[in-house]
Write a protein that binds this ligand. Sequence first.
Ligand code: NI
Length: 258
Amino acid sequence: MSMGLFDTHAHYDAHQFAPDRDQVLSALPGQGVELVVNPGCDLASSRRAVELAGRYPFLYAAVGVHPEECGGWTDGDAEELRALAARPKVVAVGEIGLDYYWPENPPRELQKQAFRAQMALAGELNLPVIVHDREAHGDCMDVIRAFPGVRGVFHCFSGSAEMARELVRLGWMISFTGVLTYKNARRAVEAAQAVPLDRIMIETDSPYMAPVPHRGKRNHSGYVGLVCERLAELKGITVEQCSEATLENGRRFFQIQD
Ligand code: NI
């Protein structure tokens, strides 16, 4: 049986793919990968994501400024993102959010300002958002609650099962990475078990977060099947049911026609 897998989050514009980007991307359809979304991390990377999406039929782009990259945020950035979002195959605003993990990250107030501005932009453009939340659960929830008209996904979900249920109540999606395959992944596993299957998407977050048995190496979308296998196991369904459901969820969320 053929599986169509949707890797909803991979960074092919990243420098880690500089030596062999086209080889890696060209090989993906042969590895069962049907769709990939490449989110941007700053204006330059968003531009590269849009360009790459133009070259590969299965690749789509999101445009946004990541919390770690928002140190120079100005309102002009929102205008640049608005122009980029009008380009073909841009399906979301992202990745955006809050990252309180690294002390050298931009100040929290600036992160919130950039996050709010991009939530507002997504609302105006009627696009979903891809949220990065690291050690900032409460503040992320506060920001998204302030924009009830915007729907989105928490990517590489790291919150509790309770937080996942709350996001589902608010109409949001939850996305899981190869972290699900790690031995110390209890929180992610509990969250995956708590979320109904029709609200779950899968991703690699390439080049990071490679699933077991590739942990620590460069990740790519060809490994998203390992995330799917683990999620299927946790949900007590077949791998085919899991790939079909997560593909359908991703298509619906990003409004990508069959
Ligand atoms: Ni990412």
